[in-house]
Design a protein around this ligand. Structure first.
Ligand code: TXA
Ligand code: MG
Length: 312
């Protein structure tokens, strides 16, 4: 069972230090408890997917204490500024293009060129982010396909030592995940209904929202997006070696141009995946051959993303 501490100056300081050290910390927000990790750190973010048993790399929401911090990572257009000013802090996540100098792990975006950002209303959460002084990636702190946690003990019951600390801020007041609003295109689109009502959003935006799944460019689950990241260079999987002109993206004993994890550790491989694909894509190879990744642990999620990237 993961360790629980109630909110005090000391527990906030401990949680902040653990986050900065790349550990997982569960934190209360007004919606649900989040499973937080340093959003600047590929390895820390990969630990989230491993702990949740997520079958694929769905992009994660990045939490920050204020709009000035949000602007470092996401490009705010006029509409986004207006929505943020009116509805933040609160149960609303806004999807925007990543800034050019965006220092966030590529894994939080699952290879997309956008990022979902949120300033929670929970004062405990904002205090933690301010003390830690890093952006925090946090999905709901439940195993995949399980109920979202709205009390600290829900989290502690479901996770062991892979979660270093659960901060107990009492029951969540909203208890339902944040609304996810995509403002990265010209068509404001509701990607997920949640704690901020659609009517409230439409009143602020001044027009009806498109809904995910009702038009082509916004399928229901971003995991299913066809505009997922695929390198420009053709990619093939399960390759024991490279052909002439190809890069080899290695894993374990199969070494290559780059190696996702020389020790064959899927969590390390997940942390490196998107960054290495970007690097190889920039190197003018005729193709990228990827060594076999075992279908276990984060290997499922890695292979899911590779299959999408390999699709012609
Ligand atoms: O209330 C919440 O939102 C909680 C608390 C902890 O903040 N977090 C949460 O995260 O529910 P998660 O990972 O369970 O859900 C994130 C949602 C998913 O539907 C994901 O596909 C979508 O946000 N999302 C994240 N980044 C995105 C992006 N760049 N583009 C489109 N959708 C994105
Ligand atoms: Mg969830």
């Amino acid at each position: 069972m993961a360790r629980i501490r109630s909110i005090t100056d000391a527990s906030i300081a401990e949680a902040a230090a653990l986050l900065r050290a790349g550990e997982l910390v569960s934190l209360p927000t007004e919606t649900v408890y989040g499973l937080g990790a340093n959003a600047l750190d590929d390895t820390a973010v990969a630990k989230i997917y491993a702990a949740k048993n997520r079958p694929s790399f769905n992009p994660l929401i990045v939490h920050v204490p204020d709009v000035a911090t949000a602007r470092q990572y996401a490009q705010f257009n006029d509409l986004a500024e207006h929505v943020a000013e009116t509805l933040w802090p609160g149960p609303l996540s806004i999807v925007l293009p990543r800034t050019e100098a965006c220092a966030l792990s590529k894994l939080v975006s699952a290879g997309l060129d956008t990022v979902a950002i949120r300033i929670p209303a929970s004062p405990h959460a904002r205090r933690l982010f301010a003390v830690a002084d890093i952006p925090v990636a946090a999905p709901s702190a439940n195993k995949s396909n399980r109920l979202s946690p709205t009390e600290a003990r829900h989290v502690a019951d479901n996770f062991g030592e892979e979660v270093s600390l659960v901060l107990d801020g009492g029951p969540c007041t909203v208890g339902l995940e944040s609304t996810v609003l995509d403002l990265s295109t010209d068509t404001p689109t509701l990607l997920r209904a949640g704690g901020t009502a659609q009517e409230a959003l439409e009143a602020v935006i001044g027009r009806p929202l498109a809904r995910a799944g009702t038009d082509d460019h916004s399928p229901k689950s971003p995991g299913m997006l066809s505009r997922h990241y695929a390198p420009r260079t053709p990619l093939r999987m399960n390759a024991p070696h490279a052909e002439d002109g190809e890069a080899l993206l290695g894993f374990g004993a199969i070494d290559g141009t780059l190696n996702l994890s020389p020790s064959g550790d899927a969590t390390e491989a997940a942390a490196n995946l998107f960054r290495y694909l970007h690097e190889l894509d920039a190197m003018n190879f005729t193709g990228i051959a990827v060594a076999p990744i075992p279908e276990e642990g984060l290997g499922h999620a890695i292979n899911d993303r590779l299959r999408r990237a390999a699709q012609k």
